[in-house]
Ligand binder design. Structure first.
Ligand code: IMP
Length: 417
């Protein structure tokens, strides 16, 4: 009943600093939606996909891509690293999943080149030098994924960036000339040796494979919607990393809220029926920036080990800590969450007591110290675990409709209102 009540257009949005485990709810919901759309970001995202028993980390294709026959949209506000996309398509193809015919890539999405990654590295090294950038301490970097995200969005803002439509429409020789013209300035600015031949070979390979898949995805989505098709919007990164609303400058370069997702896909707010906010039962952050509820030391280390908190994209250990109610309430207000997906509740099983913060005020809730792993009904949860969830529901005024109790597909409680 709950799934039917989500309505025609549902968005899944990270409520913290990313890595909340959005992939699992997307996987669960994908079966029930007709079209799966990703709006923004690039290969800074990472989710583990198991194909033919083997684990792969995907960065560009949305988590919903494994569902046979479902059209996939890569929206206007995305930034696409071509070799990464080709590699993901190839891995699926080798496993017998041909994603290409159902891929709809926006002509307006921007291309990330390898030189963008180099620029990302140069800028990050400068941040790490002894002169502070505005808003951060001396020598403190942002800890970007070095996937070229910021520089690609910067070129978009300069209006010098290449878009996927250029790949499909521009004469290849003209593309090359424009590439050299653009990069001659970039290489001077950042003192780089750009491997133009390799970059252009990547472009040729991508053109050959993707040309027919590049389209006006906004019109495509509107047509599907008018045919009564349902749309699942898979958010990337998360609310507190949003460039306009997050903890700037320790943010990513895209708009990660539901408003950014609608803008990125070209969908009007009035068609949105549900917004599922995804939050861990605790909190993590990878990269620099404020994290007031962080728990350094052995207790944080234990959370990291139990939760497997290492970055999917970079392998970096994630910083771990407790929930911040004020941050979650902020994310909920901003995105208009209609439902909460609380993930990884089982990671807290061993805790004797669980602190929750509301600004500087700490509340300690009793732990349950028994296994919740794999439970699928709310009533089966130990009383203290039920109380923990209900405390959050009450404080956030939001139903915790989906509660993760383990990494597996089935390890999820679906709670009717
Ligand atoms: P960028 O997006 O690579 O520029 O990185 C900027 C900040 O966002 C860094 O702190 C990254 O660790 C963080 N970040 C970007 N994408 C993700 C993600 O998908 N999950 C978690 N953190 C992310």
């Amino acid at each position: 009943m709950l799934l039917q009540n989500l309505g025609k257009v549902t968005a899944v949005i990270g409520a913290q600093w990313g890595d909340e485990g959005k992939g699992k709810i997307v996987d669960l919901l994908s079966e029930h939606f007709d079209v799966i759309a990703r709006a923004s970001g690039g290969a800074n995202a990472g989710h583990t996909i198991v194909v033919s028993g083997k684990k792969h980390v995907f960065h560009l294709l949305p988590s919903g891509c494994l569902h046979e026959g479902k059209p996939i949209v890569l929206g206007n506000a995305m930034v696409i690293h071509l070799p990464t996309l080709l590699e993901e398509i190839k891995i699926l193809k080798e496993a017998g999943i041909d994603v290409l015919p159902r891929l709809h890539i926006s002509h307006a999405a921007h291309i990330v080149f390898d030189y963008h990654k180099m620029v990302d590295g140069v800028i990050e090294e400068r941040r790490l030098s002894d002169t502070a950038i505005p808003g951060s301490a001396k020598g403190e970097g942002i800890g970007t994924t070095r996937r070229g995200i910021g520089p690609a969005y910067a070129e978009k803002a300069y209006r010098t960036g290449f878009r996927m439509g250029d790949l499909a429409m521009m004469d290849p020789d003209e593309f090359k000339r424009a590439f050299h013209h653009n990069t001659s300035l970039v290489s001077k600015m950042f003192d780089l040796r750009i491997t133009a031949d390799q970059e252009l070979a990547n472009v040729d390979a991508a053109r050959a494979l993707l040309k027919k898949r590049i389209t006006d995805t906004t019109t495509y989505l509107h047509i599907e919607y008018s045919k009564n098709k349902t749309i699942l919007i898979e958010g990337a990164q998360a609310t507190l990393l949003d460039i306009d609303h997050g903890t700037y400058p320790h943010v990513t370069s895209s708009q990660t809220t539901v408003m950014g997702a609608l803008q990125g896909l070209g969908l009007p707010p009035k068609i949105l029926t549900s917004v599922i906010g995804v939050a861990k039962a605790y909190c993590t952050r990878v990269g620099g920036g404020p994290f007031e509820t962080e728990v350094p030391g052995p207790r944080g280390d234990a959370l990291r080990e139990r939760g497997g908190e290492y970055g999917a994209t970079t392998g970096r250990p994630r910083r771990c800590g407790w929930l911040s109610l004020s941050d979650l309430a902020f994310a909920s207000r901003l995105n208009g969450f209609t439902h909460l997906n609380l993930t990884k509740l089982d990671v807290l099983d061993a805790e004797k007591d669980i602190p929750i913060f509301d600004r500087a005020k700490e509340t300690i809730l009793p732990g349950w110290q028994e296994s919740t792993r794999g439970l699928t009904s709310f009533e089966e949860l130990p009383q203290n675990a039920q109380d923990y969830v209900e405390y959050l529901e009450k404080k956030l005024n939001l139903p915790a409709s989906f509660i993760g109790t383990g990494p597996g597909r089935e390890e999820m409680i679906t709670k009717e209102e």
